[in-house]
Design a binder for this molecule. Structure first.
Ligand code: N01
Length: 502
């Protein structure tokens, strides 16, 4: 490939995002002979969320063997659960092996993408170091992922804080945290990894918990030499190990979706984890969740509870009412002074600002359409009114129990099948039919009715502002794989010719 591939302004396919899904799409395109594509990413290299989340303790809570592409297994994983740097390095290594950098515009932010009916092209305005250009693409693949826009909490007075504020996804590595008075807001997947690390160096640490998470022990250990040898030289061994982990995780999917009471034993394991990690009875009570396990993401940690039990750490359960120049004020009137506030408050998932910048038929944005109908799509991939656009990790594709890479690869099958259909039938425009999309969403909502995410007594980012679960796939992931095996052209309005010039 030459540098021209990256600078071309007219391409068949534009992919936004160079994380797991965008990179996977680029590789599959190349492997299937679709070489006229560009990948656009605002960062400096591949990895997406695994490039951006560099907070202390950042690691994956999905077992390593399951957290890789099936077409690029990694016999070199050092531990049963991988840490951020190793996953980031794996992703970049895979990109290098497939020469995807030669197709990628790094340091380039998509400002706006809109469908132009007259030319049947997506017009993608991009900004590279302040220089605006436009890319015209027949097909747009949105692969930005749901966890790309940090959510800063809307707490009164937060702008008046005189110290430093750091979001977990935008870690400030220049700040010296040693001996400082630190507050962490949030007790989700990010916070439970950060707190044990900074508790070791903080002068004092206040952890603000709004809702206690359910946490199982993390069975992380280094792989042995024998295992490494087996991964490398015993045919099928790593695949077998992957298959066993996958099957175990699917059993959890059954409990979350079909029989939430089957998750009772998981609650018992979590409670034993609390008892093991915390000596103080009051503190144990404060960290015991009051909703059904699985309603929010089940977390994994061995060091979260012992960290809360430390002398230099306080768990604060009174709700935050405001932030002032000195620190944080809670509902009981207490003000706790701090030097730095770490906001581990998650991401804009169902209300991402990205939705305002993608406009389909009639100039209607994803934000407009989803405000009306809820965050819906067809097979998590296509949205009515947005012709020739596929979303990776779109609505109803998220998981609480196993590897997103499996879902991503299912969508990649669908993408390739779609592109082959378009090529074979000389199709210039596809738009998923509204009745097909509605039917698909009725089926999702029917399945969700019994699920723990709706009936488990919690609020979570899995739900939109109306309380509907629009982010998760309700069921077995092999079922999603089956549904996305072939592009089902009958569900789409298609046309072959270009429109007559006006
Ligand atoms: O974010 P979260 P996260 N005042 O939204 C609290 C993935 N991930 O960054 O529960 C006070 O889960 C909020 O409280 P509540 C994974 O998919 C994966 O931790 O809403 N508190 C909650 O405690 C995960 O699900 C890995 O009551 C406020 C926390 O902030 C997703 O990222 C590792 C607040 C936010 O938790 C997001 O995780 C890390 C406010 N105003 C992350 N607003 C892996 O290992 C929010 N909170 C793969």
């Amino acid at each position: 490939m030459t540098i021209d591939t990256v600078t071309k302004t007219d391409v068949q396919i534009a992919i936004i995002g160079a994380g797991f899904s965008g990179l996977g799409a680029a590789i599959k395109l190349t492997q299937n002979g679709f070489t006229d594509y560009v990948v656009i990413d605002r960062g400096a290299d591949f990895g997406g969320t695994w490039r951006d989340n560099t907070y202390p303790g950042a690691a994956c809570d999905v077992p390593s063997n399951l957290y890789s592409y099936s077409f690029a297994l990694n016999p070199g994983w050092t531990r049963t659960y991988s840490h951020q740097a190793e996953i980031h390095s794996y992703i970049n290594d895979v990109a290098k092996r497939h020469d995807i950098a030669s197709h990628t515009r790094f340091g380039t932010e998509v400002v706006d993408a809109r469908w132009d009916e007259a030319s049947r092209r997506w017009l993608v305005d991009v900004d590279t170091s302040g220089v605006r250009t436009q890319i015209r693409a027949e097909i747009l693949v949105g692969a930005v992922g749901p966890l790309c826009e940090p959510n800063l909490p809307d707490i009164e007075g937060i702008d008046s804080f005189g110290g430093t504020i750091v979001h977990s996804a935008q870690w400030n590595h220049d700040y010296d945290y040693d001996g400082k008075r630190i507050a962490v807001i949030g007790t989700g997947a990010s916070a439970i990894q950060i707190v044990p690390q900074i508790a070791k160096i903080a002068g004092h640490l206040d952890v603000y918990q709004r809702t206690a998470p359910w946490i199982v022990p993390r069975t992380e250990r280094p792989y042995t030499t024998a295992e490494h040898l087996a991964f490398r030289f015993l045919p099928g061994y790593q695949k077998l190990s992957r298959g066993l982990i996958y099957s175990g995780a699917e059993a959890v999917a059954f409990g979350m979706t079909y029989a939430p009471s089957a998750l009772k034993p998981v609650e018992m394991i979590c409670k034993a984890n609390i008892a093991r990690g915390i000596s103080d009875r009051e503190l144990r009570r404060a960290v015991t969740p009051d909703y059904r396990v699985g309603c929010k993401r089940i977390l994994k940690s061995n060091d979260w509870y012992p960290a809360l039990d430390r002398d230099n750490v306080d768990l604060v359960t009174d709700s935050i009412t405001s932030i002032n120049e000195r620190g944080i004020v809670t509902a009981d009137g207490t003000e706790r002074e701090v030097d730095v506030i770490v906001v581990a408050t998650g991401f804009h998932v169902t209300d991402s600002p990205v939705f305002d910048h993608i406009a389909g038929v009639g100039g209607r944005t994803l934000a407009d359409v989803w405000a009306e109908r809820g965050m819906q799509g067809y097979k998590g991939s296509f949205i009515h009114g947005f012709p020739n656009m596929m979303l990776m990790v779109g609505p109803s594709t998220g998981l609480g129990h196993t590897s997103m890479v499996y879902m991503i690869e299912s969508q990649l099958n669908y993408l390739v099948s779609y592109l082959k259909t378009v090529r074979a039938q000389s199709i210039t425009r596809t738009d998923v039919r509204l009745d097909a999309q509605d039917g698909y969403n009725d089926f999702i909502q029917r399945r969700l009715r019994r699920s723990v995410w709706l009936g488990g007594g919690c609020a979570s980012w899995y739900q939109d502002s109306h309380g509907n679960v629009t982010t998760l796939w309700p069921g077995f992931t092999f079922d999603f794989r089956r549904r996305t095996r072939h592009f089902d052209v009958a569900a789409y309005d298609i046309s072959r010719a270009l429109p007559e010039p006006a």
